[in-house]
Design a binder for this molecule. Structure first.
Ligand code: FAD
Length: 431
């Protein structure tokens, strides 16, 4: 075969496989890991904000252990902190824009990142379980306006119900006379708890049904009986506010039950008849948000890796740059490898979630588990590469390590993720 004929044949084969030499064919684009222009633009935009605004403020707000309202306001002013931006990230049919934006923001700083993104867990609950009217009413109120930004809180955990969501004791009782729900209980470790404009609270409407008797409620701004309890002092993520929330005869209108009463009654009836019901209120929110949370952990890991790489090229000992030692260079190679591997898991889960593919093998859990553990490991390695400097607060990797640790704990601990994965792959109810 002549060269020209061989090339023509190869081109025909490629065209067959891809549906055209431009890489697209009927039924949409074929598999690609190349980001499109919108994704690249958003990545650059968020990166610019993370580099120019978030990073310079990181140390200050970590030390102050306060919500960085001026930074949230800056994010609101450029439209990054807004339901429109979140909607735009979500609209990407590949599912990748949301993790990309989170990775970049948390690359800037995780404490401030969480102060900005903490709201999105409550938004995810309203979006996932609310009616269109409820979404329209409450999601904008989670963010407030650029001049007067607000935050939102998602309150599931309780002092005796962390990993074991079914142990939730907060109750919601329906008062038919007034068409109100009356909530009583105590929520623990709520991000933005007590300072939020909108709280989404998971409560039990029928304790006998365990987690299948849970429902999600919106607590509107300024509702009597919803108060902040103790603010938690933390190891990391210190620019993000975490607190207990007390609900004492907290009355909310009937319309604050996400999804509405009819849907709840139908679901409860199915459960009482012993039929299968859809997954529980809190679990639905966690499942959807796991790849995004994994992307946040990735941002921290990447920031620590990049810092350590530059440092290793600059720092000289024994007459040469420390990166020239295999021990350091191989560690950096492993850091890059693990971070990229974790990103692929995050992107896969994000794509699956966005395109309605069921997580048959708990792919959402896999992504969060891997990214969280990589973040803890990579930030610890970064401290090692920086030596004494790494251990001080003069250098950022110490803060990154403190920030990373929460990613093996919240939104399902690493052990719980392994439980979910092992149950999914085995079909056995592993305990
Ligand atoms: C900074 C921060 C922010 C948070 N934000 C929120 C929020 O916004 N909203 C919210 O609702 N919650 C929030 N949480 C709570 C968080 O989700 C819980 O801390 C987490 O789910 C773990 O629960 P726990 O702390 O009660 O640990 P526990 O459930 O008591 O677990 C303790 C240990 O036992 C292990 N363990 C438990 N059960 C098993 C098992 N069956 N098999 C093997 N090991 C097991 C766990 O993995 C863990 O290592 C936040 C927590 C923190 C620290």
């Amino acid at each position: 075969m002549s060269d020209t004929a061989a090339v023509a044949e190869a081109e025909a084969l490629v065209a067959d496989a891809t549906g055209g030499t431009d890489g697209t064919g009927e039924g949409g684009p074929k598999f690609t890991l190349e980001l499109n222009q919108d994704q690249k633009d958003i990545r650059e935009w968020v990166h610019g904000f993370a580099e120019g605004v978030v990073r310079p403020a990181a140390e200050e707000w970590d030390e102050r252990e306060e919500t960085p309202w001026p930074v949230i306001q800056e994010a609101a002013k450029i439209g990054l902190y807004s339901f429109e931006a979140l909607g735009q990230f979500w609209a990407d049919e590949t599912g990748l824009t949301l993790p990309i934006a989170n990775e970049e923001l948390f690359w800037g700083d995780a404490g401030i990142g969480m102060a900005i993104m903490g709201t999105s867990l409550a938004v995810a609950a309203i979006f996932g379980q609310g009616t269109p009217e409820q979404m329209g009413e409450w999601i904008p109120q989670c963010f407030g306006s650029a001049d007067d930004p607000k935050v939102a809180a998602f309150c599931s955990s309780e002092p005796d119900a962390g990993s074991d969501v079914s142990a939730i004791r907060t109750t919601a009782r329906y008062d038919e006379a007034t068409d109100e729900w009356v909530l009583n209980g105590q929520k623990a470790w709520a991000t933005n708890g007590g300072i939020a404009n909108v709280h989404v609270v998971i409560a039990s409407v029928d304790r006998e049904l365990g987690s299948r008797g849970h429902a999600a409620f919106v607590i509107p701004p300024g509702t009597a009986g919803c108060e902040q309890g103790a603010k938690v002092k933390k190891h990391g993520l210190r620019a993000s506010h975490t607190a207990d929330v007390h609900l004492d005869d907290c009355r909310v209108p009937g319309a604050c039950l996400l999804g509405g009463k009819e849907k709840l009654d139908e679901r409860l009836a199915r459960v009482r008849e012993g039929k299968k019901a859809k997954s529980q209120a809190a679990m639905q929110t966690f499942e959807a948000s796991r790849p995004t949370v994994g992307a946040q952990a990735l941002g921290i890991a990447r920031a620590a890796y990049e810092y350590a790489l530059e440092y290793a090229k600059e720092r000289r000992q024994f007459g040469k740059a420390i990166v020239e030692n295999q021990a350091i260079a191989f560690t950096l190679a492993d850091m890059k490898l693990e971070i990229d591997a974790a990103r692929l898991l995050v992107w896969r889960a994000a794509w699956m979630g966005r395109n309605g593919h069921k997580f048959e093998n708990a792919e959402g859990s896999m992504s969060k588990l891997k990214a969280g553990e990589v973040a803890v490991w990579a930030t610890e390695r970064a401290i090692q590469i920086l030596g004494g400097n790494g251990y001080t607060r003069e250098f950022p990797v110490e803060r990154m390590h403190r920030d990373a640790k929460i990613y093996t704990i919240f939104e399902g601990t690493s052990e719980i993720q392994r439980l979910v994965i092992s149950r999914a792959i085995s079909g056995v109810h592993i305990k």
